[in-house]
Design a protein around this ligand. Structure first.
Ligand SMILES: Nc1ncnc2c1ncn2[C@@H]1O[C@H](COP(=O)(O)OP(=O)(O)OP(=O)(O)O)[C@@H](O)[C@H]1O
Ligand SMILES: [Mg+2]
Length: 411
């Protein structure tokens, strides 16, 4: 063996094809122009392989006689297949396979065809373990060489195509993920803006309700009450039974109007919210609201302290809507409210044992039916949550939780 080599940098010899019986028809140009690198320290072997390959239809055959030059060829233009002698000076075939393996991408498939004179079973096993894919035994059969190389190259190109396909797919997935992330961020911004706007509207509404309640209390209720008292005085001055009866009817109507005004006042802003807190306001609401069915009403109040004014109002409005629904729609025999402090906040739960309903159907806002949605929106706007659980025939439970001291965003 010697270390003579053909000079670099032109390992890929271009040669005119010589038609020959031994030539395997190459059905595709990609195979015919695949880069095949023959590495053998015997010049005669290299020339023979080169000739066989050219006759086999392969146009792009490179040869290296000094195995130390192989890695430099890889740097220039990596081959698609190696035809490799095992026993060589300086760097033997096993060591070369190790170096090549180090340089390959983890999922790259580079076929290695080992050229052997008469390798023992042990040598073959070692070569396979080192990364060899196939063997060619000298003397070479020209047709066999071309066929084996063609098959190995086909597998190589399948791998290359698969990898490229995977990379294209990954790129598309990356691009699509980026687009989705953008849309998600945009949706979040829109949602935050919507919540902030909603929060302003609701707070302005509460403020307006409080103001109207104050006006009604200071004006209409006072005036009507004074009218009632005057009628009371007037009644004492009358003697005609007919006139007294008329005044009584007038007095009853006035009292009823004052009663309705007080209920309106309460609906607008229950005074108990400012004086007693959540449980008294809820009790008062239920005592004032017209009962549409026969049910037992209970409040289990475990609050040691009251939420801040915003949270208090939001929790009250949620409870009010849940109670209205239970009164109007459930046909329950029992409606229970529980209030407690937990998880760093306050929760209110309204449960009834009535007819229940399919929640999924109702959370889509339908014109004229916005109560369920408004409960969820109010809770979320204050960084809390509201869960509505119900199924036909099982009763309904509405639970809302708000964090302690959380002011709604945008206020
Ligand atoms: N506790 C309940 N028991 C049985 N059905 C209920 C209960 N709560 C809600 N529902 C059903 O869900 C529907 C939607 O309730 P939602 O509060 O959104 O609207 P609404 O009460 O009909 O109208 P509003 O907008 O005045 O509240 C109700 O019409 C009713 O059919
Ligand atoms: Mg409702």
């Amino acid at each position: 063996m010697n270390a003579r080599s053909r000079p670099l940098p032109t390992p890929w010899g271009k040669m005119m094809l010589a038609p020959d019986d031994a030539r395997v028809a190459l059905d595709d140009d990609r195979l015919a122009s695949a880069r095949i690198l023959v590495i053998d320290d015997e010049e005669a072997n290299v020339r023979l392989m080169e000739r066989i390959l050219h006759q086999g239809g392969f146009r792009n055959v490179g040869t290296v006689i000094d195995p130390r030059e192989v890695m430099a060829v890889f740097e220039q233009e990596p081959p698609d297949l190696l035809a490799l002698d095992l026993l060589m000076p300086h760097v033997d075939g096993f060591e070369l396979m190790r170096r090549v393996a180090e340089r390959l991408e983890p999922d790259e498939y580079l076929p290695i065809l080992v050229l052997t004179a008469d390798a023992t079973a042990g040598t073959k096993q070692r070569a396979l373990a080192a990364g060899a894919n196939d063997f060619l035994t000298k003397p070479f059969d020209a047709i066999e060489v071309a066929l084996r190389i063609r098959n190995l190259l086909r597998t190589r190109f399948l791998h290359v195509d698969l990898k490229r396909h995977q990379e294209e797919l990954e790129e598309r997935v990356r691009a699509r993920t980026g687009e989705l992330e953008d849309s998600y961020r945009q949706l979040r911004r829109v949602d935050e803006a919507r919540r902030s706007l909603l929060s302003r509207v609701i707070n302005a509404q509460e403020e307006e309700r409080r103001r109207i309640a104050g006006d009604i209390h200071d004006d209409s209720v006072q005036v009507m009450t004074a009218v009632g008292m005057r009628m009371h005085v007037l009644r004492k001055l009358l003697h005609d039974p007919e006139e007294i009866a008329q005044l009584d009817r007038l007095q009853e109507a006035t009292e009823a109007a004052v009663g309705r005004l007080r209920f309106l006042l309460f609906e607008l802003h229950p005074p108990a919210l400012d004086t007693g807190g959540l449980a008294p306001a809820i009790r008062e609401f239920m005592s004032m609201a017209a009962h549409t069915g026969r049910f037992v009403f209970r409040v289990d109040d475990r609050l040691q302290r009251q939420p801040d004014p915003e949270a208090l109002t939001i929790l009250y409005r949620i409870a009010q809507e849940a109670l209205n629904n239970a009164r109007k729609h459930s046909g329950a025999s029992e409606i229970a409210v529980s209030l407690e402090e937990r998880d760093g906040g306050f929760s209110v739960r309204v449960a009834d044992d009535g007819r229940g309903f399919d929640v999924g159907d109702k959370l889509e806002p339908a014109p004229g039916h916005l109560g369920l949605l408004s409960m969820v929106e109010r809770a979320e706007m204050a960084q809390g949550w509201c869960r509505i659980e119900s199924e036909p025939g099982t009763g309904t439970s509405v639970e809302a939780w708000l964090p302690d001291g959380a002011a709604p965003p945008g206020i």
